[in-house]
Ligand binder design. Sequence first.
Ligand SMILES: [Fe+2]
Length: 292
Amino acid sequence: MDNTVHQYLNDLMDWGNDISRGLDESLSQDKNEQILERLRSWQSTILHLKESEQFISQHDLTAINAEGERILFDIKHSKQINNRNKGIPYGQRKLPALPYAYNALEPYISEEIMRLHHDKHHQGYVDGLNKAEKELYIKKPDAKFMKYWLREQAFHGSGHQLHTIFWFNMTPNSTKRPEGELSQKLNNDFGTWEQFKSLFTKTATSVEGDGWALLYWNPRNGKLGVQSFEKHQFFQIADIIPLLVLDMWEHAYYLQYKTDKKAYIENWWNVVNWNNVNNRYKKAKSLMWNLF
Ligand SMILES: [Fe+2]
């Protein structure tokens, strides 16, 4: 066997060993074993070629190489899926970079506003949300501090998630009118684009003080709609999909439990339909934006 080919096969074996050692808990145990098995079988083919005295063709080498690349692709792809499934650890949310320059929206929105709004205000929401997430999910607060940290999560969480939508909702290259499927749906639900624009403008104008105007998709009636969020934080987080809810209005328990909310909650756990919650989770997780 040609020395260069021999050396090349040795290099591939070393590479395979490095990859095997480099596999870690970033992949599931099943996937790890599956990849190790593929690597072993690939290396045994290489070993077999090395030990046989026959001529090794370019075709053999190309096939070996291609399988190595496929294994590498599989590892990278599985890691990506695994990272998405894990999500962002609590307390590590990030400010997304603007998808355009700070001055790109001029003259409609000035560079000065964009810098302050993105770098200071939005960063403040991210920092506040990270603190609230660490307190709620890592340190786990005493009951008496729950309300405080839930309020912090709602305020900063809604601030972070709405601003993230807002930056990507804008572009210096606007087509000025809705396009594609959305354009059709706007016409279906609101009559014309002008009628929608007028309704949205009136919604935005109606906001008292601080808040937001939204065009939303309602999965419960299959319609678009407009809504204002006064402030944005009244113990709700924008851009989330509820999976399991418990009605804590008095009408839901008072006739039976009077003021004993604790007993109502404790007993309620006996009637949760986890099959339904799981189904909602499976549908909801098909919607995942870029993670920030
Ligand atoms: Fe803002």
